[in-house]
Design a protein around this ligand. Structure first.
Ligand SMILES: [Zn+2]
Ligand SMILES: [Zn+2]
Length: 292
């Protein structure tokens, strides 16, 4: 379903599907046609498959953002330099998710099957500040790492429209469930996007956001620190990662238990890394404890 933002800019609202995570896309129809992300669900894939897309862009390497790249074989595919390998190589994808290191074999199998996962070779890579001019509209890449190392948002300055991608402003809060995710980078990225002062935010996982945008960025950021408070007070006694994971402080909302347990474990891993770097916790014999 297409939701107009301006005459030329539309949000592709993901069609809901059971058993599959879907994500909204941004479509710009100007002299050239540009599409960001393709995890919009089968219904949209059917509707858009003969659509003449000139530039196809992926915001990052996750399956719910690249799934239907293959329906646009004529488009020039642009992927983030830092995430390129996670899109082109199955093994790198596995490594970055931490499936092998943190015991996620079942989740890995589920993703590869449910998303009909495939490798994609990019025509071009982009980095921070890259601009696509497609006629009257200019789209600028804004590097917003944290969720993944090569996560990007997209800024349409003239129209003050921001495609935030997975700086998603969801009630559940920031997702940093890859072993390559970085909580500190995520914090900086939220601030970077807020500072742009967008009038409209397109999130990959929400409806169009046009109201209280500053407050929504603040709230989203605050969730990280609320999780952290719970974590630190639990770590007044020394705990193993398994014990911490069982508390479900960080992520704990996915409907499927199996998926939840794995991604909670990875969130614990990435958040402990931040606290170790800050010197707020210490590790001894595989147990973690607050030093504050
Ligand atoms: Zn993602
Ligand atoms: Zn996503």
């Amino acid at each position: 379903m297409l939701i107009p933002i301006t005459d030329r800019i539309k949000m592709v609202k993901a069609s809901s599907e059971t058993g599959l995570l879907v994500a909204n896309s941004l479509l710009v129809e100007d002299d050239l046609t540009l599409l960001i992300d393709t995890g919009f669900g089968r219904e949209n894939a059917e509707a858009l498959k003969d659509f003449p897309v000139d530039y196809l862009i992926n915001s990052h390497f996750h399956e719910d953002h690249v799934m239907f790249n293959w329906i646009f074989p004529e488009a020039e595919l642009f992927v983030p330099q830092e995430d390129q390998e996670g899109i082109s190589s199955r093994q790198t994808y596995i490594d970055w998710y931490g499936f092998q290191i943190l015991g996620g074999q079942t989740v890995q199998d589920w993703i590869f099957e449910a998303f009909e996962w495939r490798e994609y070779q990019a025509d071009q890579v982009f980095t921070d500040g890259h601009k696509w001019k497609v006629g009257h509209t200019t789209i600028q890449a804004v590097h917003t790492p944290g969720h993944t190392q090569g996560h990007y948002s997209f800024w349409l300055e003239k129209e003050r429209v921001l495609f935030a991608a997975d700086v998603a402003l969801t009630k559940t809060g920031p997702w940093y469930g890859n072993i390559t995710s970085d909580v500190d980078d995520f914090i900086s990225s939220i601030s970077r996007l807020k500072a742009l002062k967008p009038q409209v935010v397109v999130s990959s996982h929400r409806s169009l956001i046009e109201k209280n945008i500053d407050e929504q960025f603040d709230r989203y950021l605050a969730i990280i620190f609320e999780r952290e408070e719970k974590l630190l007070s639990y770590l007044e006694k020394s705990r193993t990662p398994e014990e911490i994971t069982a508390q479900k402080f960080l992520y704990g909302y996915q409907p499927a238990q199996l998926v939840q347990a794995f991604f909670e474990r990875v969130h614990v891993h990435t958040h402990l890394k931040r606290l170790l770097n800050l010197g707020w916790i210490e590790e001894r014999d595989g147990r973690y404890r607050s030093t504050r």
